[in-house]
Write a new protein. Structure first.
Length: 176
């Protein structure tokens, strides 16, 4: 009778230990596989403004609002980026050009110069004209443009496809 009681405890301990091990392994495996399950090159599509709200040649900034999610937490909608929209003169091709406000140098937020005649990065004074071209040698490339769509209305809505790009690189490489 003692041997059957010992066998019962040994088998019970073995099964209980196995169940606990599996229970602890599942979150670990999910954590390791999370980057594989995610979509790569996340692009956020957002309606920002009406075309009539933009003045030709005057940049205007807009926040990109979206939900974020990491391995375990889903955050509520909050600002995840900033874009600059510049309305172009009629007949110049695109009606609006969008630039990400993240500096290609080290990722600081690009603003306007004091006289509002160019874009400037406050971290290392990288400057860009309103066509996004470099005005000095601080940044490795021009400002990153974003895809823009206009609705077919009388007063079209400006829709921007926001995406982040690698900093400190001479090429425009999307982040995954």
């Amino acid at each position: 009778m003692n041997s059957s009681r010992r066998d019962f405890h040994r088998i019970g301990s073995f099964l209980l230990g196995g169940a606990v091990s599996v229970g602890l392994a599942i979150p670990g495996v999910a954590f390791l596989l999370d980057p594989i399950r995610r979509k790569s090159g996340k692009v956020i599509t957002q309606e920002l403004t009406r075309l009539s709200a933009l003045t030709v040649g005057e940049p205007k900034s807009f926040a990109i609002i979206a939900e974020r999610r990491d391995a375990w937490v889903q955050y509520p909608k909050e600002p995840v980026g900033l874009v600059w929209l510049v309305r172009q003169p009629e007949g110049s091709g695109a009606a609006v050009v969008a630039y990400t406000a993240e500096c290609p140098h080290i990722g600081c937020q690009i603003g306007l110069t004091d006289d509002a005649k160019a874009f400037v990065c406050p971290c290392h004074r990288a400057e860009f004209d309103f066509q996004g071209k470099k005005k000095n040698a601080v940044s490795p490339r021009a400002m990153d443009t974003l895809d823009v769509e206009l609705t077919k209305d009388d007063d079209p809505t400006v829709i921007v496809h926001f995406q982040r790009y690698r900093t400190q690189s001479p090429e425009k490489v999307p982040l995954v």
